[in-house]
Design a protein around this ligand. Structure first.
Ligand code: ADP
Length: 349
């Protein structure tokens, strides 16, 4: 059990800076998800914590120990990879036991630990099989078992579910969450999938281009995103964002309506173009035009089962709106939209 601190971390590959001044304070027992688009530096950060990458500047601490320059084996972390990294010529039991054998533990201890991990992960019936005789989900469980037996201070997960199909991914996500609840060990999890981030994390760190954009609980990020990037990255379907620069010649474009007719804007206006955000389920569709409704035309209907996602063109803007399923509106239908005033978000970047 341990807390983890990244203190002002920088990483450069040659001239290219891939992490810039990253500071993250992770509490003992916390489940923290690092999320962001591909290439934003998530894996590099995790690999630095594991000791698989050097740190250009800054320090990393696990518990009270500065581990910045320690070799991987002295860090007491266990990492689960996307590609499982199992030994094909070893049985499930031997794969799980491997790290303990390397550490020179007694046979009886190894047997107990393998049984404990296999019971927890539902692997008891498969102990004698080889990786090639397992499904993708079972292989990923073996990879987790190999991490669990070591009883590390911190578990690291690098996109562990990316190779699984959608339904199995949801199931394994639940299993990882339960594993955290059972073990109570600090876990740090890298993904580019915001749904995984939202469902797994006690807190989420949103990264973009090597910088931390925001750190918060899933609901903090959802309800109070600090900028339009976080706003659009967290939540599905994504938040509608409009640039709200007053422009007289744009007719009834939604940007101008939001600005001028319907909603109070912060005063004084920031210098940057002001961005206005509204989530698709915070817009009501009204059958008739009212003074605070925006008119538009449905250009796309996507049935999601639990709701319909409509894309509505209003002036030069496209707005996504959630409506009950099945949609009573077809492509080409005129609609009126009423964004809920209290659900608007204002951003300067
Ligand atoms: P993510 O995990 O968010 O997809 P990575 O941490 O893998 O991102 O990579 C961050 C950036 O660092 C990317 O632009 C990637 O191309 C670059 N990068 C990663 N490893 C190396 C390396 N060994 N040499 C040069 N550039 C690298």
């Amino acid at each position: 059990m341990a807390n983890v601190q990244f203190n002002s971390i920088f990483k450069r590959y040659g001239q290219v800076e891939v992490l810039s001044d990253v500071g993250i304070d992770i509490k003992d027992g916390e489940f923290v998800v690092l999320v962001g688009p591909s290439g934003c530096g998530k894996s590099t950060l995790l690999r630095m914590l594991a000791g698989l990458e050097t740190v250009t500047a800054g320090t990393i601490a696990i518990g009270q120990r500065d581990v910045t320059h320690l070799p991987p084996r002295e860090r007491d972390v266990a990492m689960v990879f996307q590609n499982y990294a199992l030994y094909p010529h070893m049985t499930v039991a031997d794969n799980i036991a491997f790290p303990l054998r390397m550490m020179g533990f007694a046979k009886s201890h190894i047997r107990d630990q393998v049984t404990r991990a296999a019971e927890m992960l539902g692997l008891m019936p498969y102990l004698a099989r080889f990786p090639r005789e397992l499904s993708g989900g079972q292989r990923q469980r073996v990879a987790m078992g190999r991490a669990v037996v070591r009883e590390p201070d911190v578990f690291l997960f690098d996109e562990p579910l990316s190779n699984l199909d959608a339904s199995l991914r949801v199931k394994m996500r639940g299993e990882i969450k339960q594993m955290h609840q059972r073990l109570g060990t600090t876990m740090i999890y890298v993904t580019h999938d915001q749904v995984e981030a939202m469902t797994l994390g006690d807190r989420i760190v949103v990264l973009r281009s090597g910088r931390v954009e925001q750190i918060g609980t899933p609901l903090e990020l959802y309800n109070k995103p600090v900028n339009s990037f976080v706003a659009q990255f967290i939540g599905s379907p994504a938040m509608n964002i409009f640039e709200a620069r007053p422009a007289a010649d744009r007719g009834l474009a939604i940007e101008d309506m939001l600005l001028t007719d319907l909603f109070p804007l912060p005063h004084p206006l920031p210098e940057n173009p002001l961005l206005v955000g509204i989530r698709p389920h915070d817009i009501e569709l009204t059958p008739a035009k009212t003074s605070d409704a925006l008119s538009g035309v449905v250009v796309l209907v996507e049935e999601m089962g639990n709701m319909s996602l409509l894309t509505v063109q209003s002036g030069s803007s496209y707005v996504q709106v959630e409506a009950p399923s099945p949609s009573s509106l077809a492509t080409g239908a005129p609609v009126f939209m009423r964004p809920m005033k209290e659900k608007l978000h204002f951003f300067t970047e």
